[in-house]
Each structure stands twice: as structure tokens, then as C-alpha cells.
Design a protein around this ligand. Structure first.
Ligand code: NAD
Length: 481
């Protein structure tokens, strides 16, 4: 019988009226589990539980919070193979990628356990004699979290860990498509000793549970990761609510990777192929726009095709698989639609793009690489969110930089070059939140800020010590001595 996973409300596991099936994209006959679909009433109960827990939790000492977060980190790291397997089974990234992501969630909790002990304030004299000024940070309150399907444990981890470290209470609604990893994470945290109501999980549809979270008057802040179109609705709802909610949005990308004539060809091909296609290209930081200088262009295309010939697309859980399946039918339809759009626009498909049959029924797509594209085409301007990349030929560095920046997005931007001058100029002038030199645009550390500019992000950065900008609010106190 399929196992049923429930919502966590006020420290109790509660079933919903309906459940949704979590299906393995590598084998659609394999049901990972049935996950409760929360109701609006359950969401309201979860917020009420968070509100009731907040006074005590926000005043709990840093030692208590440190111990809970550290304990959770230890369990995640000890179980990373099992958690990684669950993640790969529900989302379709390879086992190595799944285990890597689970390990990262453990490292994030270790980092924020330490941050509990490092929160500081400032004391300084007032400009008025005899008066002292103290600047402190306090928790924001009740934080609602809405997360996407492509990093099912890392994104909930990098939102929940700082929220708890700085004394907030949480209601999280994970992606409907892959709730299993978030469920496992919440279970670990609850058993690590969180008081009832500090962390609540309500699974279900964005239009029901997500919408109710956005509209709830007792929620003080919303941290969202997902598409630009949903992000815009989230921001509008946060501003329209009374009182207005603090909001943080991490959204899409169309990340450029520039390859200059003087690049190390091997380094550039590795950055391009892994950045564009690994994790099935389903990363907001994927290197989906490859901007290549004329002198190296043909050698680069040839070497990418050679590299792609050795890439195995198969069951995510199988040893030897480099790229797993696409997450579901609707994402696969979107990928195929964009492959057709690129062809219709005049792009030349030089590798892949076809559906693949494997031992089990799944959403297998050979990564697609296009040449002869321009930056004006839809394939260069819109996020596909799949294993589809296109090459834009440019004459020099100046044109490459201008094409790289000519986008609505601004998450991650990369360059492959052996020129110190161009690398330094690109770092300074790339209009993106993250810049990579001789590295893929995807693949980031957990202890430093993550986020973008322009249409990719809105509000304070996530991750690292910078996460406190969102998860705390500043108080300035004046005292007459
Ligand atoms: P999505 O926008 O469809 O869904 C994201 C979340 O929002 C889900 O939990 C969904 O249920 C919820 N939601 C949907 N409609 C809602 C509504 N009306 N009200 C409230 N909540 C609602 O995105 P997705 O398909 O899950 O994820 C893919 C997108 O996420 C891509 O655009 C990708 O670039 C982006 N992403 C960005 C980052 C980043 O950090 N910048 C990281 C990962 C993914």
C-alpha cells in the first residue's frame, strides 16, 4: 500500500481531505507516496499555531536554537544517501546530484546553527549628549514560505534554517509536484526538538494553500522561489495585504556563459555542458545561453557535441546516469515546445532534442543544443527550464558582454577566458547577482549570498550571513542615561 504523508500543524501530523500522488519521473509506475493536500482551514490553523508559538520561540536563547539546528544538521548528514535517493526518486536528478543536495541541506543547517551564536548588535553614542543608541535585530515574526520543485530539499533548507536561527516561526508550502523531501526535512526538524507550532508544513496547491498564505493577515513575511509570473502575483498579494508583508522573491534566469577565443577549450566545454544540461537543465542558474566568439566557435561546437556523445540520459537512480529525466509531462511539453520554437526561428539543432525510450516509462529527453541563433530569438529570451541551450556567435568581447547583459534576467553570468583583463572587466560589468569565471553559471556555495538582479530576484539576498537582512528587522533604541 502507498504510504500517506500528512501535514504538520501545531506539532501534530494532520491528514487533508485529499491527497496527491508523488510520481517518480524515471518510472511513472513507481509512486513515491501519497501527500496530503492541505485545506484553507488547515493553513489558518498552521498560522494560528505559529502565532501562538512565536512569543516563546522569539525569546528562546541562542543555545537552544543552536542545539536544535545542529541536531537536525547531524541527522540530515547521517542520512544524506537515503534522503538523496528520495530526492532523486521524486524529482529525477541523478543520485549523485540528489545526495549532493541533501548534504548541502545538512551543511546549511550547520552554518545557521553557528549563526544563532553570532547575531550581534551595535551600541553607539547619540548626537544628543547623555543619550545612548542601541541597534538590534529582532525576528520578523511569522514567515510564510513557498518553494519550487527543482531543489526539493535545499531550497526549503535555506529558507527554514535562517528563519529559525533568528527566532521566527514558519509555515511552509512546498511544491505540489515533489513534497517528499520537504516532508522528510520537516520531520527531522520536529524530532530535533522544535517546540510545537514553530514550524508548520501545509502541502497542496499554490492556488489554494499558497494563496491563503499570501492573504493571511498574521503572516509578516513571504519568502518565495519559483517562476517570474507566480513571483509577480506573490509580490502583488504581499503589498495588497494589510499590513503589508515583507517579501523576497527568487525567480527565473536565462544565464549567459561567454566563451572567448582565448578560453581553455576543455574548461569552456565542461562549464557549458554541465552548466546547461546537468540536473536536466532544471536550474534557475543553468547556462542556457552560450555566447561564443567567432575564432573558437566551430571548435567549441564540435567539442561540445563530442562531450555530449558520452553523456548518459537514463533512470536517475541508475549507476552511470549523468542526466535524469525531465520532472513531469507538462515540463517535457514545454521543453519540446521550445525546441520547435527554436527550429521555427531558424536555429540549427546540432545535437539531441528527441525523446528517448528507456527500460521504464519516464520523461527522457536527449539534451538539445542549437547553433545559428541570435539574442533576439525567443529561445534566447525566455526561460525553458529544461535541457535546452543555444549558441550565439559574437565577433569580440564587447559584443559578448553586451549580448550577455541584453536580457530581462540577471541571476548568474559566466565567462571562460584566460585574459585577466576581460575576466576583471566582466566581473565588474556583468549585470547579474552572481558572476563566474571559468566556471559554469550553476553551482554555488552555501555560506555566501545567493540571488540576482533585474527580473530574477526581488528583495534581500538569501543564504550566508546576508540572510539576516530578510529574516530579521532592525530596531533602533534611544535611552537617556
Ligand atoms: P512556480 O512559480 O510554478 O511554483 C512555485 C511555487 O509557487 C509552488 O510551490 C507553487 O505551488 C506555488 N504557487 C503557484 N501559484 C501560486 C499562487 N497563485 N499563489 C501562491 N503560490 C503559488 O515555479 P516552479 O515551476 O515550481 O519552479 C520553477 C521556477 O522556479 C523556474 O522559473 C526557476 O527558474 C525558478 N527557480 C528559481 C530559483 C532561484 O533561486 N532564483 C531557484 C529554483 C527555481
Amino acid at each position: 500500500m502507498t504510504e500517506m504523508f500528512k501535514n504538520l500543524i501545531a506539532g501534530e501530523w494532520a491528514g487533508g481531505t485529499n491527497a496527491s500522488r508523488n510520481i517518480n519521473p524515471s518510472n511513472t509506475n513507481d509512486i513515491v507516496g501519497e501527500y496530503a493536500q492541505g485545506t484553507v482551514e488547515q493553513l489558518n490553523d498552521a498560522v494560528a499555531a505559529a502565532k501562538a508559538a512565536f512569543p516563546a520561540w522569539s525569546r528562546s536563547g541562542p543555545q537552544e536554537r543552536y542545539e536544535i539546528l545542529k541536531k537536525a544538521s547531524d541527522e540530515i548528514l547521517a542520512r544524506k544517501e537515503e534522503l538523496g535517493r528520495l530526492l532523486s526518486r521524486e524529482e529525477g536528478k541523478t543520485l549523485a546530484e540528489g545526495i549532493g543536495e541533501a548534504g548541502r541541506a545538512g551543511q546549511i543547517f550547520a552554518f545557521f546553527a553557528g549563526e544563532c551564536l553570532r547575531l550581534t548588535g551595535e551600541a553607539l553614542p547619540s548626537v544628543r549628549p547623555g543619550v545612548g543608541v542601541e541597534i538590534t535585530r529582532e525576528p520578523v515574526g511569522i514567515v510564510g514560505m513557498i518553494t519550487p520543485w527543482n531543489f526539493p530539499i535545499a531550497i526549503p533548507a535555506w529558507k527554514i534554517a535562517p528563519a529559525l536561527a533568528y527566532g521566527n516561526c514558519v509555515v511552509i508550502k512546498p511544491a505540489d509536484l515533489v513534497p517528499g523531501s520537504a516532508w522528510a526535512l520537516v520531520d527531522i526538524l520536529q524530532r530535533a526538538g522544535l517546540p510545537k507550532g514553530v514550524l508548520n508544513l501545509v502541502m497542496g496547491r499554490g492556488s489554494v494553500v499558497g494563496q491563503a498564505l499570501l492573504q493571511h493577515k498574521d503572516v509578516h513575511a513571504i519568502s518565495f522561489t519559483g517562476s517570474v509570473s507566480t513571483g509577480r502575483k506573490v509580490a502583488e498579494a504581499c503589498i495588497a495585504s494589510s499590513p503589508m508583508k515583507k517579501v523576497q522573491l527568487e525567480m527565473g534566469g536565462k544565464n549567459p556563459l561567454v566563451v572567448l577565443d582565448d578560453a581553455d577549450l576543455k574548461v569552456a566545454v565542461e562549464a557549458a555542458v554541465t552548466g546547461a544540461f546537468f540536473s536536466t537543465g532544471q536550474r534557475c542558474t543553468a547556462s542556457s545561453r552560450l555566447i561564443v566568439q567567432s575564432g573558437i566557435h566551430d571548435r567549441f561546437v564540435e567539442a561540445c557535441i563530442e562531450r555530449l556523445k558520452g553523456v548518459v540520459v537514463d533512470d536517475a537512480l541508475k549507476a552511470g546516469t549523468h542526466i535524469g529525466p525531465v520532472v513531469d509531462q507538462s515540463q517535457l511539453d514545454q521543453d519540446l515546445k521550445y525546441i520547435q520554437i527554436a527550429k521555427d526561428e531558424g536555429g540549427k539543432l546540432v545535437w539531441g532534442g528527441e525523446l528517448l525510450n528507456r527500460e521504464t516509462p519516464g520523461f527522457y529527453l536527449q539534451p538539445a543544443l542549437f547553433t545559428q541563433t541570435t539574442n533576439a530569438m525567443r529561445i534566447s529570451r525566455e526561460e525553458v527550464f529544461g535541457p535546452v541551450a543555444n549558441i550565439i556567435r559574437v565577433k569580440d568581447y564587447e559584443e559578448a558582454l553586451s549580448v550577455a547583459n541584453d536580457t530581462e534576467f540577471g541571476l548568474s553570468s559566466g565567462i571562460c577566458t584566460t585574459s585577466l583583463k576581460h575576466a576583471a572587466h566582466f566581473r565588474r560589468n556583468a549585470e547579474a547577482g552572481m558572476v563566474m569565471v571559468n566556471l559554469a553559471t550553476a553551482g554555488v556555495d552555501y555560506h555566501v549570498p545567493f540571488g540576482g538582479r533585474k527580473g530574477s530576484s526581488y528583495g534581500p539576498r538569501e543564504q550566508g550571513a546576508y540572510a539576516k537582512e530578510f529574516y530579521t528587522t532592525v530596531k533602533t533604541a534611544y535611552t537617556l542615561a
